[in-house]
Design a protein around this ligand. Structure first.
Ligand SMILES: [Zn+2]
Length: 399
């Protein structure tokens, strides 16, 4: 079975004909042909000559950079919450999956060797402050958070991972909420700060039901760090105060350059709060799913469904696309990703834009009508056309 490094990459050029090519990072937006050859974008131009390679008819479709989902759980087989990114990527056009703390120091190498490296899609892992990561999270009959015992916050183990795999750790993750930390949240925040500084990577903190409150969390986030679940309706963890006003701590965080991530999740996205917060200036730097095993069959489904929710909130389509390409690439300090330009890596997705989308449901059961729906037609990741498992691939655990 082919992994990304198995030599499956086709030497044959692929000409993607006649689509609306949108590169939100550069502002490019034109009907054009795109020629992929030897793993790169060889040309973008009108009426490219037919070559002896394959052609894909994209007339009437959108051709965009491979999407980045900045909040996922992709440690399939190693955590209960993990979804199979290699199975879902080809259907949704998501070529970069930022995994938010599924693995801790105890389980990071399993993730790296058994999932990340063999995957066809790109997975950028944030390491959990907890030694055990999310091994037990999502087990509904075993209500033990990864930091209910503070001894799992072991900086020596994180230093060991830095020394062996530092270049492959994209950030540090702390789920700073009652379900993950019990009463320990406030004392774990400075440790998470120290861990991220020690690894030289961004710190992503999730907020939810207190403790700690969002006012306690935000002082530990600096420019370039990431707050996730920004439109969650949880008590104590929400961005709005009791009168519906954006909290001062959130305004201050925005002003100093803390990055804002949607992280929809099963219980972390409210249309009501998103509308109020966006009206007061809290816009996301990334539209993301927090996709995991308990929400992949709803209410999250995939990144395309979450993008359509921002369409339902009135956001312009090209801006929605920017928030799943160039913007999260910048946040993750990978400016080469989420781009579609000549000379860049062949990493893109083709979508059919269908008017009249679905009725979409948030975490509070509120409904909005989406104005459009994107249907994925082609996904190319790292120079390789990703075919669905349904096209003959088995979904074996060891693929
Ligand atoms: Zn998450």
């Amino acid at each position: 079975m082919g992994g990304a490094n198995s030599g499956e990459q086709s030497p044959e050029p692929l000409l993607i004909r006649g689509g609306r090519v949108i590169d939100p990072g550069s502002g490019f937006d034109q009907v054009a042909d795109v020629l992929l050859a030897q793993g790169r974008v060889a040309a973008i131009s009108r009426d490219l000559p037919t070559n002896d390679g394959a052609e894909f008819d994209a007339h009437g479709a959108l051709v965009v950079p491979g999407l980045i989902d900045m909040h996922t759980h992709a440690y399939w087989g190693g955590t209960l919450l993990g979804v199979n990114a290699d199975k879902l990527g080809p259907r949704s056009g998501v070529t970069t999956w930022v995994d938010c703390g599924s693995a801790g120091a105890a389980t990071f190498e399993g993730f790296l060797y058994h999932v990340i490296r063999p995957s066809r899609v790109r997975i950028l892992p944030l390491i959990n402050l907890s030694y055990i990561g999310l091994t037990a999270a999502g087990n509904l009959s075993m209500d033990v958070g990864e930091l209910h015992d503070w001894r799992f916050a072991d900086l020596r183990e994180l230093a060991r991972m830095r020394d062996t795999h530092g270049g492959e750790i994209a950030g540090v993750k702390l789920r700073a909420s009652n379900n993950a930390c019990g009463e320990n949240g406030p004392m774990l925040l400075p440790l998470a700060r120290e861990a991220a500084d020690m690894l030289g990577v961004p710190l992503m903190v999730h907020v939810g039901a207190a403790p700690p409150t969002i006012d306690e969390v935000l002082p530990f986030l600096a420019e370039g760090d990431i707050l996730t679940h920004i439109y969650n309706p949880a008590l104590g963890g929400g961005v709005l105060d009791a009168r519906g006003k954006l909290r001062t701590s959130v305004r201050d965080a925005l002003a100093r350059g803390v990055r804002m991530d949607v992280g929809h999740g099963g219980s972390s996205f409210s249309f009501r709060i998103a509308e109020l917060a966006m009206d007061q200036g809290l816009l996301p730097d990334a539209i993301s799913t927090d996709l995991h095993a308990h929400n992949v069959d709803g209410p999250v489904f995939d990144l395309l469904a979450v993008m359509a929710k921002f369409g339902a909130l009135g956001m312009d389509l090209v801006e929605v696309l920017r928030l799943v390409t160039a913007s999260p690439a910048t946040v993750m300090r990978h400016p080469e990703l989420g781009r579609l330009g000549v000379g860049g890596e062949a990493d893109l997705a083709v979508f059919r834009l269908e008017a009249g989308g679905d009725e979409l449901v948030d975490s509070e059961g509120q409904r909005r009508q989406a104005p459009w729906r994107l249907r994925n037609e082609l996904t190319v990741c790292r120079g390789q056309v990703l075919h669905s498992f349904e096209d003959g691939r088995s979904e074996g655990r060891h693929y």
